[in-house]
Design a protein around this ligand. Structure first.
Ligand SMILES: O=C(O)CCC(=O)C(=O)O
Length: 278
């Protein structure tokens, strides 16, 4: 059955397919945003298990990320199941289903110097397939200078698979096990790339392929930038654990075998199916 969503017009879907990224204005309702902001505040005060923090406790110059909390955090859990983002992701990917991989809170305090390095998501993740995307929402208005996202338009179609890098500004590889070419230094040669950046209003969601090169500058602004990215798996996805893949869910946690569709509702819950009665 063809997936659809009222906000995913044919034009928007074509942009997603061609560019690898699209912004859906007002895709989630405003009432989610204060809840996400409060969740972030609580997480900063008492971080969960899967955290990167460049400057613990600081009010400025701090990049903080936390992942895979949908099972224990009630706000994230409700957002994943009820916000409608899963159905939009499915419609954009042309997938009849959307399973959640994980949620990723990304906070940049005011005057955070560290950019999010230019990277592809797919090499970090233990999955293979083209129907994999993220849905990134900011709780407040954010310009690119305040650390909204930038993309190399069309790079999802390059067939590249770049070595993952740490997100702490160190420029080090995320793992020593991964063999692969480093991501190009887009920041050093911006004119060589077709870069598109998105200023966002609250409730806008940026959907992007796991294969696209993307990053964000540091936060030059004087307010916190809080964003929540959720990661979505479509019909063509298979389990592909490999050296360097994110350890939040590993082969030891799931009975899914390499090369199989990740039909595991405990770890990758089915959030949307076009076949399910509405
Ligand atoms: O929020 C950011 O700065 C980076 C987000 C990102 O890279 C992602 O969601 O994949």
């Amino acid at each position: 059955m063809t997936p659809s969503h009222p906000k995913v017009t044919e034009e928007i879907r074509e942009t997603y397919i061609t560019d690898g990224v699209v912004k859906l204005p007002g895709a989630v309702s405003d009432d989610w945003l204060p809840q996400i902001a409060a969740m972030a505040e609580a997480e900063l005060a008492a971080p969960g298990q899967w955290v990167t923090d460049t400057n613990p406790g600081a009010q400025t110059n701090r990049l903080f990320t936390s992942r895979y909390r949908w099972k224990t955090d009630p706000v994230i859990n409700r957002y994943v199941f009820e916000s409608g983002v899963a159905q939009m992701a499915a419609a954009l990917m042309g997938s009849s289903t959307a399973r959640l991989y994980f949620d990723h809170l990304l906070v940049k305090e005011p005057r955070t110097e560290a950019p999010t390095p230019w990277h592809q998501d797919i090499p970090y993740w233990p999955f293979w397939g083209k129907q994999i995307c993220s849905a990134w929402v900011s709780v407040s208005e954010v310009t690119v200078a305040e650390s909204s996202l930038e993309f190399v338009r069309g790079s999802h179609a390059w067939e590249s698979y770049f070595a993952p890098e740490l997100f702490d500004g160190s420029k080090k590889n995320w793992t020593s096990d991964f063999e692969g070419e480093p991501a190009p230094d887009v920041a050093a040669a911006r004119d060589d790339y077709d870069i598109v950046g998105f200023d966002v209003e609250p409730g806008d969601v940026i959907f992007f392929s796991a294969w696209i090169l993307h990053g964000s500058p540091g936060n030059a602004g004087d307010k916190r930038r809080t964003a929540l990215s959720t990661r979505w798996l479509g019909d063509d996805v298979t389990w592909y654990p490999h050296p360097g893949s994110d350890p939040t869910v590993t082969d030891e946690d799931t009975e899914v075998q390499s090369g199989e569709y990740p039909d595991d509702d405990t770890h990758f819950p089915l959030i949307y199916s076009a076949l399910a009665p509405t």
